[in-house]
Design a binder for this molecule. Structure first.
Ligand SMILES: Cc1ncc(COP(=O)(O)O)c(C=O)c1O
Length: 445
């Protein structure tokens, strides 16, 4: 008879043998045998550029480990650098008032809201932040999402569908392009900052719903659109106009309220304002501002809002505190404007190619070659300046560059010294070989 607790009638010894046999699984193949990362789209380019850098003896300029609070200076591997790689345009990272507001929000709400806002993650701090953001953009309402990139992807993905058309600037941020792809709408990239090209795109592509997307201040080039002309194009074609003001908030306009203030247009001419909390507002997240009827619907339609956790109280509180400082201390915006113009002017006087930048805060140093950009960044790093290169395939090879973010926290002496070093090192690397193709071909083999 089977013993109690041993219903299959196995002896203790037989049971132990059976268990041993069952648990002796064959060894698993290495993870890379199941999923070969080299087969990922773009992996060959990434590997080739890394190999080319290796070949040229340039250290990887990415994923550098910073210590402490990165501001006008940052500490990397124990050494202090002049820092031009942070979006912190108003110099607010580490501000004591923002830290206090953030800590208070954690004390009051905890570290998470633990649910989608629709279900049970709604907190007063979300609504306060959204009211303040709507105010800045002269809009009726706003909604905040956990990521800036995710905001564009999820919102644009929800605004349009197959049969619709989206026309966006050719230099639009990746998140705009991903959102357009997700929507299934026909996607047309028109020539950078060219309203006539946008006009033609819509004329050539009749559709029921149309969306025109531009940025208020382009993150790679530091130039701005003629917003009034894009408003006119949108009206002519009955298209919705969306402006991504990620790099314009805190930077453009007399008070730093963004591209509408800079262009002198009524912000209500723009149907959908998009922005991020990660730049001037020294936090993390994205937002949409517009008509109340639009926001109310988007809050129940956008998957990245409905099916994602509400913004962490700390992130919302930090952004709100930074926004209040932006409003209360316009001198920060004025200082940023002076700094941007000074640095941009010094570089140009030094013969450096700053592309189409208007010198507001984003100043590229175009080398036109990934190799030269890599070498220039390495030389500057050696001399205590942190300004990472933007290389192919992130930009076309002829557009390879270094990108400087000037902030209100940089002082004049630092800007002057940096500009003179950049000009000297740029002249030096200009004479170096620049053919990436030859090297990547060699290392790809
Ligand atoms: C124009 C633009 N839109 C959206 C984003 C995404 O914002 P985030 O980095 O806050 O996710 C960026 C990021 O740099 C950006 O430059």
């Amino acid at each position: 008879m089977a013993a109690r607790g041993n219903p299959f009638g196995l002896s203790a010894e037989a049971k132990a043998q059976l268990l041993a046999r069952l648990s002796a699984r064959p060894p698993l193949p290495a993870a890379t045998e199941r999923l070969d990362p080299a087969q990922l789209d773009g992996a060959r380019d990434v590997d080739a550029v890394a190999a080319a850098a290796d070949h040229l003896g340039i250290a990887d300029p990415y994923f550098r480990l910073h210590d402490g609070i990165a501001g006008a200076e940052t500490i990397i591997a124990g050494r202090r650098y002049s820092n031009f790689a942070s979006y912190d345009y108003l110099g607010l990272n580490g501000d004591g008032r923002i830290a206090e507001a953030t800590k208070a929000a954690i004390d009051r709400y905890g570290t998470t809201v633990s649910a989608s806002r629709m279900v049970s993650g709604e907190r007063a701090i979300h609504r306060e932040l959204e009211a303040a953001l709507a105010d800045i953009h002269g809009a009726e309402d706003a909604m905040a999402l956990v990521g800036g990139h995710a905001t564009n992807v999820s919102v644009i993905g929800a605004l349009l569908g197959p049969g619709d058309v989206i026309a966006h600037d050719a230099l639009a941020h990746n998140s705009i392009i991903q959102g357009a792809r997700l929507s299934g709408a026909r996607r047309i990239a028109f020539a950078h900052n060219d309203p006539d090209a946008a006009d033609k795109a819509f004329a050539d592509a009749p559709a029921r719903r149309k969306l025109l997307v531009v940025e208020g201040h382009y993150s790679m080039d530091g130039d701005v659109p003629d917003l009034a002309c894009f408003v006119a194009v949108a009206r002519r074609h009955r298209a919705w106009l969306m402006v991504d003001d990620a790099h314009a908030l805190g930077v453009l306009g007399r008070r730093g309220f963004g591209s509408a203030e800079h262009a002198g247009i009524d912000p209500r001419e723009v149907d959908i304002w998009m922005g991020t909390l990660s730049k001037s507002l020294v936090s993390c997240g994205g937002y949409i501002a517009g008509a109340r009827a639009l926001i109310e619907r988007l809050k129940r339609l956008v998957p990245g809002f409905v099916f994602s956790v509400g913004m962490a109280p700390a992130a919302a509180a930090a952004a709100l505190a930074a926004l209040r400082i932006l409003q209360a201390e316009p001198e920060r915006v004025a200082r940023l404007r002076r700094n941007g113009a000074l640095f941009h002017g010094l570089l140009r006087d030094g013969g450096v190619d700053t592309g189409t930048s208007i010198g507001a805060a984003i100043v590229p140093v175009v080398t036109g070659s990934s190799i030269r950009a890599g070498k220039l960044a390495a030389a500057l790093f050696e001399r205590g300046i942190n300004a990472p290169p933007i290389l192919y395939p992130a930009v076309p090879e002829r557009a390879a560059r270094l990108r400087f973010f000037v902030t209100a926290a940089h002082d004049e002496a630092r800007l002057r010294e940096t500009a003179s070093i950049v000009a000297a090192e740029s002249r030096r690397v200009a004479g170096e070989p620049a053919e990436l193709a030859n090297i990547t071909r060699r290392v790809k083999r």
